[in-house]
Design a protein around this ligand. Structure first.
Ligand code: DAT
Ligand code: MG
Length: 149
């Protein structure tokens, strides 16, 4: 089954949106297989955002992402990367459609509530940055036979 890395950023945590956001993915029929709550250490922020390290917005992004605890998760499901990216919405909440997490819950690009991996390859890389293999569980959800044909 496909997996993805999702992370509620410090603004989402501070605004009390963890439950709202987790609830959306649960109700969709996706399966939570790992989670942790922590302030990200600098080393993992650098690995996670390696592709952005030379961008002008990187210093602001780094201090924002380390400004408080994040809620890190691994979710599993068929096509989970594409499904969660579409549920998250466009990078800039001002452009994200209503009904998406960023479209419903955010205003500015620098406070866009949640991170989600953008491909299966990125998901594997990001999961391995933030979780050890033995922190990822494997179980059956009782409703799976009414989610998958
Ligand atoms: P996404 O989070 O939608 O995958 P991304 O990978 O292009 O977007 O960028 C990572 C994060 O960096 C994004 O969630 C918010 C921030 N960011 C991206 N572009 C930005 C910009 N032009 N100004 C400020 N922050 C930006
Ligand atoms: Mg990205």
């Amino acid at each position: 089954m496909d997996q993805t890395f999702l992370m509620i950023k410090p603004d989402g945590v501070q605004r009390g949106l963890i439950g709202e956001i987790v609830s959306r993915f649960e109700k969709k029929g996706l399966k939570l297989v790992a989670a942790k709550f922590e302030v990200l250490p600098e080393e993992r922020v650098m690995q996670h955002y390696a592709e952005h390290k030379n961008k002008p917005f990187f210093p602001g992004l780094k201090s924002y992402i380390m400004s408080g605890p994040c809620f890190l998760m691994v979710w599993e499901g068929k096509n989970v990367v594409a499904i969660t990216r579409s549920m998250i919405g466009a990078t800039n909440p001002a452009e994200a459609l209503p009904g998406t997490i960023r479209g419903d819950l955010g205003v500015e690009i620098g406070m866009n509530v949640i991170h989600g991996s953008d491909s299966n390859e990125t998901a594997k890389r990001e999961i391995s940055i933030h979780f050890k293999d033995d922190e990822i569980t494997s179980y059956e959800r009782v409703d799976e036979k009414y989610i998958y044909e």
